[in-house]
Design a binder for this molecule. Structure first.
Ligand SMILES: [Fe+2]
Length: 147
C-alpha cells in the first residue's frame, strides 16, 4: 500500500478513537479508550520516526517541518506517560482534551503540509516501498513488545 495512504488510515482511526473518547459515558470508559489510544499512537509515532522522518529530513525544504514533527511526537509521548500516572479525574480529563487537540493538529499538519511535499518528491513505486517499511516497522515493534 502507498505509505501515505497507510498513514492516513491510521490518522482516520485516531480521529475515530478520539470521538469515542469524547463521547465516553464515564471515566472508566475514557481510561479504557485512552489506553488504546496510547498504545496505537506510540506505535504510529515510532513507525513514522523509524521510516518516514529519516527518509526526508535531509531533503530540501523538509528540515523544519520534520524537526517540528519530532517535537510534537515527543510532547504527546510525554503527556501520555504523565497521564498513565494521573490520579485526579479532572486532571486526567483535561489532559485527555489537550492530547486530542494536539494530536488532531499534528495529523492535520502532516496531511496538509508534510504528505503533499513527500508526494511531490517521490514516485508511486517509492511510496509503495515506504508503505511496506511502515508496516514492517509496526510489526517488528509488536514482536518486541510481546517478547
Ligand atoms: Fe502521523
Amino acid at each position: 500500500m502507498d505509505g501515505l495512504e497507510y498513514l492516513k488510515k491510521d490518522h482516520d482511526r485516531f480521529r475515530q478513537l478520539f470521538r469515542h473518547a469524547e463521547n465516553a459515558k464515564d471515566i472508566n470508559e475514557k481510561w479504557r479508550i485512552f489506553r488504546i489510544i496510547k498504545q496505537e499512537l506510540d506505535l504510529h509515532a515510532q513507525a513514522e520516526e523509524a521510516v518516514l522522518y529519516p527518509s526526508f529530513r535531509n531533503a530540501e525544504g523538509f528540515s523544519e517541518i520534520i524537526a517540528d514533527s519530532y517535537d510534537e511526537h515527543q510532547e504527546m509521548k510525554d503527556l501520555m506517560e504523565e497521564m498513565t500516572r494521573e490520579k485526579n479525574e479532572n486532571d486526567f480529563e483535561d489532559d485527555l482534551d489537550e492530547l486530542i487537540e494536539s494530536a488532531l493538529d499534528h495529523v492535520e499538519d502532516e496531511e496538509t503540509e508534510l504528505f503533499p511535499k513527500v508526494r511531490n518528491l517521490v514516485s508511486e513505486a517509492e511510496l509503495e516501498v515506504l508503505g511496506r517499511k511502515l508496516e514492517e516497522a509496526k510489526k517488528s515493534d509488536l514482536t518486541k513488545q510481546a517478547a
